[in-house]
Design a protein around this ligand. Structure first.
Ligand SMILES: Cc1ncc(COP(=O)(O)O)c(C=O)c1O
Length: 496
């Protein structure tokens, strides 16, 4: 992921790979005034000094305001200010994980948590999701299985709101059930909630922390997506014994988080404008999300599926199984566009034909052009597959050069749709045991329109199922250099 981010720094690349908020929306004048105010109030020496490990009282007061806006009350003694929310993940692992310990996470999960879990040598068990977030019925089955094996997870890691990377949101009944499960089994839940206040439609849902009353839920919050990731400030609200251990871990890691930026946040919140700023961010991101959804519908072939996030900054796209998005990324970089390949969100090699795309850190024009370029290379792959397997291609590859002028002329044009029914799809998608619609149960009209506008994870890539590839024979797979099932996470080289 870090390598990918370094590559996407190149100015010619339209990066839909990052998870960046648009910090250009923050007023330069306000930034200058806040710093000047800190100096005028005689706070420079303290701002330049070490601070308490748990964070300054003023920064905790700001956190309490944010948590209240999320519907959760928190006592400042139950808070730890951290160096970004990322540090909470690290500190909880540092506190709890010995090599081989089980962490239960969603499938897919936050790609930034993957290296942390790996560094602590955790055994991560991933639970499928659908449009309503983590399948708690599967979670219960998994917990029962682990118990039978004498294995007790150290914690359950979940991103309930506008999940990174899937974009889906955990429904209220599942939130309640998850909290109940945690209580029944006395299991900790790490609730990672960077995006809760960035909602563009639908009603806010209570945090797990609020539902649980802070007994079994360790809450992770951050200023990164509602103010700035550059200030590197996040926090945890957690049961005291856990918080004390994390505090010790933090002393060993960095003594304290930046005093400078804690003073900055306190000065900023004192202006009273933070909620209005978050609302303005949400408005910008909602428009970008809509542009991305429209662009995906216009440029991706009908085999593609994607989620419809009600908030947050990511959409998850699933392509036919014969397309490997890690390979596709190399081709995408030639076209000066980037995304996160789905494998980055799994610890077991799944996600090979999915990708995460971001809409918060890119202009509307770049979103349109970036998605157009992705659509072009995806269509190439679909066409190639159709040609070599004899399956009638559903879309001609877009052979036009990637120029802005060309893309402008394509905007508004309906995507090329195929004529033949697709081969090799497995139709057996039903209802999940808890009565939810399974990911592939999208209405036919949506499917025929080449898109799934429901808040449903893209389809079986999330549910771990398989739609494509049944009609690959060995020879053709070799010709195409396509991964075969038994190849698992290993991939062959991309065809040139
Ligand atoms: C789900 C999730 N958790 C944690 C983080 C870490 O953010 P930060 O350390 O900037 O607070 C991110 C950042 O993108 C994220 O998406």
């Amino acid at each position: 992921m870090r390598d990918l981010m370094a590559i996407t720094e190149r100015p010619e690349i339209i990066s839909l790979a990052g998870g960046l908020p648009d910090t250009s929306t923050f007023s330069a004048e306000l930034y200058r005034d806040l710093q000047a105010g800190i100096a005028a109030d005689g706070q420079v020496a303290r701002a330049l000094q070490y601070g308490p490990t748990e964070g300054t009282a003023a920064a905790k007061e700001c956190v309490a305001q944010v948590m209240l806006a999320e519907g959760a009350r928190v006592d400042s003694d139950d808070l730890l200010i951290t160096t970004g929310g990322q540090q909470v993940i690290d500190l909880l692992c540092k506190t709890l994980i010995d090599p081989g310990d089980v962490i239960v996470a969603e499938a897919p999960t936050y790609p930034g948590a993957v290296p942390t879990f790996n560094a602590y040598e955790a055994d991560v068990v991933q639970i499928e999701m659908d449009r309503d977030g983590m399948r708690v019925d599967i979670l219960e089955e998994t917990l029962a299985r682990l118990e039978a094996e004498g294995r007790r997870p150290k914690f359950i890691y979940t991103i309930p709101n506008f999940q990174n990377p899937a974009g889906v949101t955990l429904s209220l009944p599942r939130r309640r059930r998850l909290v109940q499960i945690a209580r029944e089994r006395e299991l900790l839940v790490l609730e990672d909630n960077p995006y809760g206040l960035l909602r563009y439609e639908g009603d806010p849902l209570p945090t797990l922390f609020a539902l649980d009353g802070g007994e079994f839920v360790v809450y992770l919050g951050t200023f990164s997506k509602i103010l700035s990731p550059g200030i590197r400030l996040g926090w945890s609200a957690a049961p005291r014994p856990v918080l004390e251990k994390m505090n010790l871990g933090k002393q060993g890691a960095d003594l304290c988080s930046s005093s400078l930026t804690q003073y900055f946040v306190a000065a900023y919140f004192a202006t009273g404008g933070w909620k209005a700023y978050v609302r303005s961010l949400a408005e910008v991101y909602r428009r970008r999300r809509d542009v991305m959804l429209d662009s995906l519908a216009e440029h991706l072939p009908r085999e593609a599926r994607w989620t419809h996030p009600e908030g947050g900054i990511f959409i998850w796209v699933s392509l036919p199984e014969y397309i490997d998005t890690t390979d596709l990324l190399a081709r995408a970089l030639e076209e000066n566009v980037a995304f996160v390949p789905g494998r980055a969100a799994y610890l077991d090699g799944r996600g090979a034909s999915s990708m995460r795309v971001n809409f918060s850190g890119v202009t509307e024009d770049d979103i349109r052009e970036g998605v157009r370029r992705i659509g072009k290379i995806v269509k190439e792959q679909v066409f190639l597959y159709g040609t070599l397997t004899g399956a009638e291609p559903v879309a001609e590859p877009d052979r036009s050069p990637s120029t802005d002028a060309d893309s402008a002329s394509r905007r508004g044009r309906s995507p090329e749709r195929g004529r033949s029914p697709q081969r090799g799809r497995s139709p057996q998608r039903g209802r999940s045991p808890d009565g939810d619609r399974s990911p592939d149960a999208a209405p036919d009209a949506d499917r025929q329109a080449g898109r799934d506008r429901s808040p449903d994870p893209a389809r079986s890539a999330i549910a771990g199922g398989r739609d494509h590839g049944d009609d690959l024979d060995g020879t053709l797979a070799d010709v195409l250099h396509l991964p075969r099932r038994e190849d698992g996470p290993q991939r062959a080289e991309r065809p040139r």
